[in-house]
Design a protein around this ligand. Structure first.
Ligand SMILES: Cc1cc2nc3c(=O)[nH]c(=O)nc-3n(C[C@H](O)[C@H](O)[C@H](O)COP(=O)(O)O)c2cc1C
Length: 212
């Protein structure tokens, strides 16, 4: 037995509940940008993922504010095309949520919340010094989907990673030192402490195991 939810008959709010409740946990991009007045902005986005490595692309879903005006992040990316995706770990989670407070455009979240910043290396946008990894990006395109939604596609120009997370020789990530959080639904978040491994078969070994 399964319940069918026909999206043609659902409101946007109902679709949001289903999509955001089921597609979990989602990675969180705490995005820093800079305004034309030099104000550094930070805001979290969980309609976010890495898309490819050749070219190295990330995608972010940007909604408008309740009054239908663009979010500060959208406005800044439109203006100068630069942004940094700060990955969010357990230590940064509460500050990440604070960054979603609707501060007016004239107030930068890192400044108001006293979050230490580090200068950009590949882009003229600072990242959060407390972020375990910061992906420095340039806008490739901003696709508009109706009055309320933009899809930001960005190219990663470089990554600043805190010492001890990635082995510089093997480029493997050490998950005992990297504790990202994911978004579940509403105000719920998930840790990544319970991991397990599944090794894929080759077709030949699958045939042998299944006597085919
Ligand atoms: C965990 C989390 C995930 C969020 N994901 C998104 C998202 O994917 N898209 C979006 O438009 N807003 C998202 N928001 C809301 C924005 O962070 C919020 O509107 C923020 O104030 C925007 O800031 P800005 O105007 O400084 O860009 C999210 C909030 C939280 C707490």
């Amino acid at each position: 037995m399964a319940i069918d939810f026909d999206f043609a008959t659902l409101s946007a709010a109902e679709r949001y509940k289903l999509l955001c409740g089921l597609v979990v946990p989602r990675p969180i991009a705490l995005i820093t940008t800079i305004s034309s007045d030099g104000i550094v902005n930070a805001a979290p986005f969980s309609f976010f993922n890495v898309f490819s490595e050749k070219p190295p692309l990330v995608v972010v879903g940007l909604q408008v504010k309740a009054d239908q005006s663009p979010k500060d992040t959208t406005r800044n990316v439109r203006a100068n095309g630069l942004f940094v995706i700060n990955m969010v770990d357990e230590a940064l989670a509460a500050s990440m949520v604070d960054c979603s407070i609707g501060f007016p455009a004239g107030i930068g979240e890192p400044d108001a919340l006293k979050l230490p910043m580090a200068p950009g290396v590949h882009v003229a946008v600072p990242h959060l010094a407390g972020a375990p990894a910061a992906l420095e990006c340039r806008k490739v395109t901003l696709m508009n989907f109706g009055a309320e939604r933009d899809l930001l596609v960005g190219e990663v120009l470089g990554i600043q990673v805190r010492d001890g997370i990635v082995d510089p020789e093997t480029l493997r990530t050490d998950y005992d030192n990297y504790m990202p959080v994911g978004r579940v639904a509403g105000t719920m978040y998930a840790r990544m402490q319970d991991r397990f491994e599944i090794k894929p078969d080759t077709f030949e070994s699958w045939q042998l195991r299944n006597d085919r």
